[in-house]
Design a binder for this molecule. Structure first.
Ligand code: ADE
Ligand code: ZN
Length: 333
């Protein structure tokens, strides 16, 4: 039996594997600056978040049609099932596709169709979250959000991603007010590269329900106390943090400190095709590094389920499966 988990921090565009990038480029007549797999792979050496984002956004040129979005979503779900994912809350970046002339209907429609198909084939339930770019003006996010709602595109929430430093959450206050007023869930990347103050702003001004990353909270003990008291979910992505040099090595990752502080941490994969692995690889990395007991692994899995936007009784059902996994120690169910 695999440990059942909810994947809450995963960018669809970050699941685009190098082989798929080159295949889609050929299929769609797109020329990339790195025509061979070898040349493409050489680009995957990052010095910080921005160096990754530059490659990530360039590679998106290969996504052109509704069928492309359908295909990459289904490919992700197939891989996620193997990693034990039972529920996914999938991020996508609408601005990345709109600026290339692809309609919201094609993007959201292609992804949603695949999510429904994946639910039937792999039993993975789903939510879909549109993430706005913090490096773009808030007016752009607002216009797209209004369109998403006015045209009835099927999204469950909004998030905030892309370059963090210099783009504080405060810039997006009205966007998040509008989203909450229209019944959407709200999350935001904060405290990945940015200071603890950005986490405070995401909580106070954007009134988010989860913080994506949040690892820099440890620099501010008052903030840690608050996050613990509120049991605010933090979706931590260990392989991403190492590959983007937010931490030097896995041994320097603050996961154990976060757990010991009583923070509601869960483990996720961010952009698995870029950072060396899906959810199972992220779990394996921290289990190996921090010698996590099965009970600790179960805590991380339960946190992911409880931090999701699933309703009851789905949450309790999945948590019961985690208990079953824990009680099945050493035995194959
Ligand atoms: N977009 C995709 N991955 C991201 C990350 N780790 N941080 C911010 N924006 C992103
Ligand atoms: Zn992310």
């Amino acid at each position: 039996m695999k440990l059942p988990v909810a994947e809450l921090h995963i960018h669809l565009e970050g699941t685009l594997e190098p082989e798929a990038i080159l295949r889609l480029a050929a299929q769609n007549g797109v020329t990339l600056p790195w025509p061979s797999l070898e040349q493409l792979r050489e680009q995957y050496d990052f010095s910080n978040l921005q160096s990754f984002l530059d490659l990530f956004y360039t590679n998106l040129a290969v996504l052109r049609t509704r069928a492309d979005f359908h295909e990459i979503t289904l490919a992700y779900l197939r891989r996620a099932e193997a990693a034990g994912v039972r529920h996914v809350e999938l991020f996508f970046d609408p601005q990345a596709h709109l600026e290339r002339g692809i309609g919201l209907g094609e993007v959201v429609g292609g992804i949603r169709e695949a999510l429904h198909e994946g639910e039937k084939r792999f039993g993975i339930t789903h939510k879909l979250i549109a993430c706005f770019w913090r490096h773009a003006p808030a007016a752009s996010a607002m216009e797209i959000l209004r369109t998403l709602i006015a045209e009835g595109h099927d999204v469950d929430g909004i998030g905030l991603d892309s370059s963090e430093l210099g783009y504080p959450p405060a810039l997006f206050r009205e966007v998040f007010d509008y989203a909450r007023d229209h019944g959407l869930h709200v999350v935001a990347h904060a405290g990945e590269e940015g200071p603890p103050e950005y986490i405070v702003q995401a909580l106070d001004l954007l009134k988010v329900e989860r913080i994506d990353h949040g690892i820099r909270c440890l620099e501010d003990p008052t903030l840690v106390e608050r996050l613990v008291a509120e049991q605010m979910p933090l979706t931590v992505c260990p392989l991403s943090n190492v590959r983007l040099r937010t931490v030097d090595t896995m041994a320097d990752h603050p996961l154990r400190q976060m757990l010991e502080a009583g923070l509601k941490v869960s483990i996720h994969s961010d952009d698995p095709a870029y950072f060396g692995g899906y959810l199972d690889a992220n779990f394996a990395a921290v289990i190996g590094q921090f010698e996590l007991s099965r009970e600790e692994q179960a805590v991380l899995a339960r946190n992911s389920i409880e931090s999701s936007f699933l309703e009851e009784p789905a949450k309790s059902r999945l948590c019961a499966e985690v208990d079953l996994w824990l009680s099945a120690e050493g035995r194959d169910l």
